[in-house]
Every structure is written in structure tokens, then in C-alpha cells.
Design a protein around this ligand. Sequence first.
Ligand code: IPM
Ligand code: MG
Length: 368
Amino acid sequence: MIKVKKRKFLLLPGDGIGPEVIGEVKKIINWFNKNKSLDFEIEEELVGGASYEKNGTPITDEVFYKALESEAVILGAVGGPKWDDLEFSKKPERALLKLRKELKLFANLRPAICFKQLVDASSLKPDLISDLDILFVRELTGGIYFGEPRGIKPIDNGERKGINTHVYTSSEIERVARVAFDLARKRSKKVTSCEKSNVMEAGQLWKEEVKTLHEKEYKDIELKHMLADNCAMQLVRYPKQFDVIVTDNLFGDMLSDEAAMLTGSLGLLPSASLGAKDKNGNMRSLYEPVHGSAPDIAGNGIANPIATILSFAMALKYSLDLDKESNNLEKAVQSVLDEGLRTKDILSKGTKEVSTSEMGDAIISKLQ
Ligand code: IPM
Ligand code: MG
């Protein structure tokens, strides 16, 4: 077999169930190295609370620079109640937000696909969600997550004031809308853009910029504008009306969690955070499951590794152009679900409960 060029991955397991689910991805990477001669070079570093415990900071400069130099970063999860009372700049989440911001990963792709084997795991009626396939494109480096001014300040009357700023520029809106339109072209050519243009100026600008770009370059795509609160309602009323949904950082955070439950479990949703391509066609990227660190179940070997494994499948596709390998991995996940193997979060009548690592092993056995 011909050896392809060495591909550098940085694994950041993080906190809670992060190390358990990343452990399964490591097994899969090793499988690809051994059986497909794909020379993936992996490095593993601390991030989040785990990094704080050892280094007093949620991400060290050394780890940050490694992330800058990697072809793709694969992250488990960060955070947990243990670090809730830390000063803001030391909180585990700051590491993730720094990576997103400084690596300029402005486009966060979050597919919400309901596998037919799992229609019963959702709290919605099966006919509403079977074959559901929505793609969220969440803006990831702007909006209220990063806007200035921000902070908690004392005010005259002895009270304190908490401030965050929701702000977007035209170009920030345009570049993420472009990603959504381009992806829609490869799907069913439908984009819904969500904002709160009825109450927020930044929402009004969002709507206008998306509309302008659509008229200029994407007339072949059907575009609908929807208020974000209405979108939240429509997602549970009739989710199949959506194909690509493009929205800002905060609404994207909330709506994608909501959509996760349409698919049965938060344990199934992968994500890709992508930057712009440089002159040589290279692009920074970070892949992570949509679920968090789930400290309540950490260490019990019951976490669902599928979201993280599917995030790795997205890395194969979007960062390494290994579409075939990516599809095979997705198919392997499907066949394991076909066989009725389930982690606890998606267990239903007539299916068999397996642990985190048994799920990983079963998926690997289907790759053979
Ligand atoms: C997500 C998470 C993060 C976010 C947290 C962990 C900072 O909820 O990726 O959806 O709010 O973006
Ligand atoms: Mg979230």
C-alpha cells in the first residue's frame, strides 16, 4: 500500500467524559494507521479543567501553539462543577473559546441526523423525525460570546452590573452565510436564516446581509428568514421543514442543543469548526461532539462515544479529503446500531446495552 503524507492530529480529551470518548477515537485512529497505512500522527494534551489542575490555566501557550500547527484538533469536552467558582479567565470553557477565536474557526457545522434505528430514542413522535437531516451552520467567533464591552462592574448604588455585547459586522455575517449557501448547494438547496431582527439591530443587519448575498450570488437557493424564537418552536413542531439553518453564535448554541434531542440523544451529534482556506488551500479546524463533559456519568464507562467518532469522521472528510474513509466510518456506526447495540443514553426495548469501549470496539469490527 502507498503511504500518504503524515497527518498531524492534536487530541484534547479535556474533562468529564472527554477522555473516555476520545479514547475510542484513538483506537479508531490506530486502526486506520495499522490497516489502511494512513500515517496519522497523534499528540495528546491537557485542556480545560484538567489543564487548570496541572498548570493553573485552562490552556497553556505550548498547547495552544500545537493546536495552531495541527491539521486538525479533536476535542472531547471541557468543564464541570468543580471549576464553577473559578475566576472567569481560568474557567475550562475559556480554553475552547480561545481556540475557536484565535484559530478563527468561524463556521461551526452541526449536523442533526436522526438515524432510523433510533427514532424511538427521541421524545418526539417517530414520523416527525424519521429521516431527519438538518445541518446547522453556527457562527462561532462573534456575537455575544466575544463582543466588547463585557464584564461585571460595580455601579453607583452599590449594585453590580453584568455586561455582554451582541455585535456583528457585515463581513462576519457574509462569510458564514456563504458557507451555509455553499453547503446547501450540495444538499436540498434550502437555507433558513435565524435572528431576532424584530428586537436587535445586530439581528436586522444579519437579515439584510444574508439577503444581499443571496440576491447577489445564490439565487438558486431557496432562502427563508425566521425569528430565532419561532425557529425554536418550529423545530419541535415540524423539524423536517428545515435543511440548512444558519444563525449566530448564541442562537446556534441553543437551537443545536434543541435539535440534538430530535435525534434521540446529545450523544450522537458531531461538529466541525472550520476557518477560511489559506492561499495553499489549507484550513484550520477543530472537531468536537456537541455534548458537554457530562460530569454526572464520567468515569463509569457508559458515555456514548458516537458523537466523537462521527466528529472524527467529519475530520476525515473536511480536513483530510478522505471521503471514502469517512463514509466507511459512518457506515460502521450505522451497522452497529442496526445490530441493536446501544449505550445507556439510547437504550430502548429489544436493544442491548454496551459500554463506551464495547461500542468503540464494535464500530472498529465493522471497519474490517
Ligand atoms: C457548545 C458548548 C460551548 C458553547 C461551551 C462549552 C462553551 O455549549 O459547544 O455548544 O457555549 O459554545
Ligand atoms: Mg452548547
